[in-house]
Design a protein around this ligand. Structure first.
Ligand SMILES: Cc1cc2nc3c(=O)[nH]c(=O)nc-3n(C[C@H](O)[C@H](O)[C@H](O)COP(=O)(O)O)c2cc1C
Length: 318
């Protein structure tokens, strides 16, 4: 089973990926959160720093582009090629309202003729391999066969299918049946994505689809950073491991120049996933979310970790 760590804007940046890879491993590759170029191919310096090879030593990284026009996509892809990358991923899945309105991300699925024209230019001119991460539709997964008809015309390196429509955001049940249909006679490799939070979920996907040998996992690995290792037969998460991961990550954030006012919200975002491992700890969890400075934050975190209420199997739920 090939396991990839999903891109998550605001979470899985280089510091996170490095710390995760060093302490847990298990990911065959990581996808970087999207780069959203302007029409002239320029994009945020922070995104460039995030994908620079020197910031991603020892991990296999696939950069991702969120863009509905071929020219800026190709300009960024060329730059990525110069950095040494041999693959780039196109985001056809972001469900955000503003992104959708601009016909980007999942909004690319609103106009399949335009999607086809864009892919036609990208696949004829991109100097490196192009994989796609897609939703199964905008308003309904019933749109998926028509979307697949477009993708089938191009030599996708890999199609990652987030098995929901855009309107399902991150909440609706993945549509396994329609995902299965997409696999029939598919000319390129397909990777499943959506709501894999445990080894049991992996077994469910594998028993439904014996030919699926690629999974992308996001929120499940944030909630349990050992999940990929665990799926591969490794040990479950221990409370000491989670504490160490938390501490090293916070140290990385601060060392990379992030000030406490920005580092604390990043850590709080992680706690919205870690909290499922601490049953009955609502009061201590509240203290973490309420903290506004480093001493209060650190004190709340220490109290929680010393509570003794840790459940390695506490499962993320949305
Ligand atoms: C906070 C957050 C940020 C995300 N950022 C991205 C992104 O930058 N690019 C992308 O393709 N998907 C993004 N996603 C979607 C995830 O990659 C993934 O497809 C989704 O969470 C479903 O997988 P999961 O159930 O394993 O989490 C994001 C999801 C979340 C919750």
């Amino acid at each position: 089973m090939e396991l990839s760590f999903a891109p998550m804007e605001g979470v899985t940046y280089a510091s996170f990926r490095r710390t995760h890879a060093r302490l847990f491993g298990g990911a065959d590759k990581y996808y970087a959160p999207f780069i959203a170029p302007n029409g002239d191919g320029s994009y945020k310096t922070g995104n460039r720093r995030d994908v620079l090879p020197e910031n991603n030593k020892g991990i296999k990284l696939i950069p991702q582009i969120l863009c509905n026009a071929a020219e800026p996509f190709l300009l960024v892809a060329k730059e990525l090629e110069a950095m040494g990358y041999d693959e780039v991923n196109l985001n056809a899945g972001c469900p955000s309202g503003t992104v959708l309105a601009k016909f980007k991300g999942s909004g690319m699925l609103r106009d399949l003729e335009s999607l086809e024209r864009t892919l036609d230019i990208i696949y004829s001119r991109c100097p490196i391999k192009v994989s796609v991460k897609t939703r199964m539709g905008v308003h309904s997964t019933e749109e998926f066969p028509a979307i697949m008809d477009v993708y089938r015309k191009f030599p996708l390196t890999l199609l990652t299918v987030h098995a929901r429509d855009r309107d399902g955001m991150y909440k609706s049940s993945p549509d396994l049946e329609s995902f299965g249909k997409a696999l029939e006679g598919c000319p390129f490799p397909v990777e499943y994505n959506g709501n894999v939070f445990s080894s049991e979920d992996v077994e469910k996907i594998c028993s439904h689809f014996p030919t699926v040998d690629k999974l992308m996992i996001g929120r499940g690995v944030i909630a349990d950073p050992s999940l990929l290792r665990r799926i591969k037969g490794g040990a479950a998460l221990s409370v000491d491991e989670l504490r160490n991961f938390h501490d090293e990550l916070l140290e990385e954030y601060l060392a990379s120049g992030l000030d406490p006012h920005h580092a604390i919200p990043r850590m709080k975002e992680l706690w919205s996933y870690f909290r499922f491992k601490f049953p009955g700890e609502d009061k201590n969890m509240k203290a973490i979310f309420k903290s506004k400075n480093m001493p209060d934050y650190n004190a709340a975190v220490s109290t929680l970790f010393s509570s003794g209420n840790f459940d390695a199997d506490g499962e993320f739920s949305w």
